[in-house]
Design a protein around this ligand. Structure first.
Ligand code: B12
Ligand code: SF4
Length: 492
C-alpha cells in the first residue's frame, strides 16, 4: 500500500527537512516528543473518555521522574468547554457502502498539516514516542511516522500501546517495508508497567486542559471472557494505593478544577475480595469533595455487595455499567461470563435502594454482530435489558487477536486490513447472512427507546415497526413470545 498522503498537504515533501523545522532552542536535557495521533474512524466517543492514558502516563514519568524535557501532542486536539462538554473537529475522508448502508469515515482531530506545524514549532527531539489504542486506528500512526521520518530522518521513533501489542506483525511488516532501522515496535507495558502507577500530568496538555480525567486504581482481572484481550494486555495484576489515587484526584481538582473522573479499571471489585474498591470509595467520600465518578469499564455483578453500592453512590457515581453482553444462556457460556442473571437482579434491588435511578442509572453493554450470533438473540438481549430497567448499550463486535473468539473465528477475517474490522462495518454480517441494515435498525430502535425514556417522545422516522423487515418481524415475535410466557406464569 503506497502512502501518498503528503500530496494532500500544503507543505511539499522535499521541504520537510530538519534544517527548516525545529526551533533552535538548546537543551542539555534529553528531549522526548510524545504524539497521540489524530484518529480515522466512523464514530468516536467524542467529548468523553478520549485520553490516551497510557502515553500520557509514560510522558509524565519521563518528565517527572527522569527529568527529561517532554512535549506532548494530543492529535485529537479536543476543545473543552466551560459547560463540561468537548468538541473534536472532524473531516469526512471516505464513504463506504456496507451492504446497502452508507458509512462515513472521518479524520478526527488535527489535520496532518497541523501536525507538521506543531512538530516544526517544537525543538528537535532526541526520540519520538507514539501510542495508539484501538487496533484499527493504526493508519494515522503510519502517516505520522512517515512525516517524522521526512522531517527528522535520524530521530528514532518508538511505537507502543494496545494496538501494536495486539497486531505486532502488521506494524513490523510495515517498518520492514519502509526499511527503517530506528523505528521500534514495542509489545506490552512500557518499562515493566512502571508508568501504570504514575499520575497523569495535565501540565503536558497545556493549553487544552481537560474538564475530566481518566484514571485507574487497578489493572487486571482473573476472568477469561472470550472476546476480551485483557489477558494479553494486563497479564499481571497491578494495584495502585487508593491513597495515591485519591491524592491524584484532589490534585487535579485543586489545580485544574477537574471534578469528573472516568475509572477504567478492568474489574475494580475483584481485587482483595472487594476491599481495595471499598477502601478507595471510603477515601473519596472522606475527601469531602463532590466528585463525579464513573466506573465505565463495568463490574462483575456477583462481586458487588450492598455496602459497595451504597458507597459508590455516596462517592458521586450516578450510573453503573455492566457487561451484560447477552440474555442467551448458550451465548453466555460461549463468552465465559462469570455472573448469573440472578446476580444482576440482586444488585438492582440494592442499586435502586441506594439512589441509582431506574432506566438510566444502570447501563448494560450488549454485544451484537458476532459470528454465529442470531438476530433473535440480540433482540431478546435488548428487550431483557429494558425489562430489567437498564439502559441497553449495544456494542458492535470488533474481533481482537489473542482472544478465544479470535482463535475460533479469526480465520474468517485472516489477512484483512485491521481498519476493515471496525465494528461499525459489521465484519461478520455476510458470514451470519444478516444484512447490516438489520443491525442498524436495531440501533435506531434502541436510540428511539432511550430518547423516550429520558428526554422526549421521539422515534426514528425510518423505523416502521409494523413492516415485514427481518428486524421488525423478529422484534414482534420476541415481544409476543415474552408476553405469552408472562401470561403463562400468571404475570400481567
Ligand atoms: C479505556 C478503554 C476504552 C475507553 C477509551 C479509550 C480511549 N482513551 O480512547 C472507551 C470506553 C471509550 C473505549 C471504547 C471502546 N473500546 Co475500549 N478499552 C479501554 C481499556 C479498558 C483501557 C485502555 C487504557 O487506557 N489502559 C490503561 C493504560 C495505562 O494502559 P495502556 O494504554 O495499555 O498503556 C500501556 C502499554 O500499552 C504501553 N504503552 C502505551 N503506549 C505506549 C507507547 C510507547 C512508545 C511504548 C513503548 C509503550 C506504550 O505502556 C503503557 C503503560 O504500561 C482497554 C482494555 C485494557 N484493559 O487495556 C479497552 C480496549 C482497548 N477497548 C476495546 C474495545 C473493543 C472498545 C470498543 C470498540 C468497544 C465497542 N464495541 O464499542 C470501543 C471503541 C471506541 C473508539 N472508537 O475509540 C478493546 C480493543 C479493541 C481493538 N480492536 O483494538 C480493548 C482491548 C478491550 C477488550 N475488549 O479487550 N475503550
Ligand atoms: S470480566 Fe471484564 S476485564 Fe475480565 S475478562 Fe471479562 S470482559 Fe475482560
Amino acid at each position: 500500500m503506497e502512502m501518498n498522503f503528503l500530496k494532500s498537504t500544503s507543505i511539499p515533501a522535499e521541504q520537510l527537512t530538519f534544517k527548516q523545522y525545529g526551533t533552535t532552542e538548546k537543551s542539555d536535557r534529553k528531549i522526548i516528543l510524545c504524539i497521540s495521533p489524530p484518529l480515522e474512524d466512523v464514530n468516536l466517543f467524542t467529548g468523553i473518555w478520549q485520553q490516551n492514558m497510557g502515553l500520557l502516563k509514560i510522558a509524565s514519568y519521563l518528565k517527572n521522574r527522569k527529568g527529561y524535557k517532554v512535549y506532548y501532542i494530543d492529535g485529537l486536539n479536543p476543545e473543552y468547554r466551560k459547560d463540561g462538554s468537548c468538541k473534536i473537529k472532524r473531516k469526512l475522508i471516505e464513504r463506504r457502502d456496507i451492504g446497502g448502508i452508507n458509512k462515513s469515515v472521518y479524520h478526527w482531530g488535527y489535520s496532518y498539516d497541523e501536525i507538521i506545524e506543531r512538530i516544526k514549532n517544537l525543538p528537535r527531539p532526541d526520540k519520538v514516542y507514539m501510542s495508539v489504542i484501538m487496533t484499527y486506528h493504526y493508519r494515522s500512526v503510519f502517516k505520522i511516522t512517515k512525516i517524522i521520518k521526512k522531517i527528522y530522518p535520524d530521530v528514532p521513533v518508538v511505537i507502543g500501546g494496545i494496538s501494536p501489542t495486539l497486531i505486532p506483525q502488521w506494524y513490523n511488516d510495515w517498518v520492514k517495508k519502509n526499511g527503517w532501522k530506528d523505528v521500534k515496535i514495542i509489545v506490552g507495558d512500557w518499562n515493566k508497567g512502571k508508568a501504570k502507577l504514575e499520575r497523569t500530568d495535565f501540565e503536558l496538555l497545556k493549553p487544552h486542559i481537560p474538564n475530566f480525567a481518566m484514571i485507574a486504581s487497578s489493572y487486571g482481572c482473573p476472568f477469561r471472557c472470550s472476546f476480551c484481550a485483557r489477558e494479553r494486555l494486563n497479564c499481571k495484576v497491578i494495584l495502585r494505593r487508593p491513597e495515591d489515587v485519591v491524592a491524584e484526584m484532589k490534585e487535579k481538582y485543586n489545580r485544574w478544577h477537574v471534578k469528573r473522573f472516568y475509572f477504567i479499571d478492568d474489574n475494580i471489585a475483584v481485587h482483595e475480595k472487594g476491599a481495595h474498591f471499598e477502601h478507595l470509595l471510603d477515601l473519596i467520600i472522606e475527601s469531602g469533595i463532590r466528585f463525579d465518578c464513573e466506573f465505565v469499564e463495568g463490574f462483575s455483578p456477583h462481586l458487588l455487595t450492598e455496602k459497595i453500592l451504597e458507597k459508590m453512590h455516596k462517592a458521586g457515581s450516578k450510573r453503573m455499567y455492566f457487561g451484560f453482553e447477552t440474555s442467551d444462556e448458550a451465548m453466555r457460556k460461549r463468552f465465559h461470563k462469570a455472573h448469573k442473571l440472578e446476580d444482576l437482579y440482586r444488585m438492582r434491588k440494592w442499586a435502586w435502594r441506594h439512589g441509582f435511578k431506574k432506566h438510566d442509572g444502570i447501563s448494560f453493554y450488549t454485544l451484537m454482530g458476532m459470528p454465529d450470533q442470531s438476530l433473535e438473540s440480540v433482540v431478546d438481549s435488548i428487550l431483557e435489558c429494558m425489562k430489567f430497567g437498564a439502559l441497553p448499550v449495544p456494542k458492535e463486535f470488533t474481533p481482537i487477536p489473542f482472544t478465544a473468539e479470535w482463535e475460533k473465528y479469526g480465520h474468517l477475517v485472516k489477512g484483512k486490513d485491521p481498519f476493515d474490522l471496525i465494528g461499525d462495518f459489521y465484519p461478520f454480517a455476510e458470514y451470519n447472512k444478516i444484512s447490516p441494515v438489520e443491525y442498524e435498525k436495531l440501533q435506531a430502535f434502541v436510540q428511539g427507546e432511550r430518547k423516550m425514556q429520558s428526554y422526549s417522545f421521539h422515534f426514528p422516522k425510518r423505523l416502521d415497526l409494523t413492516s415485514s423487515g427481518l428486524f421488525e418481524t423478529i422484534l414482534r415475535k420476541t415481544l409476543t413470545g415474552k408476553a405469552k410466557r408472562r401470561k403463562e406464569h400468571g404475570k400481567v
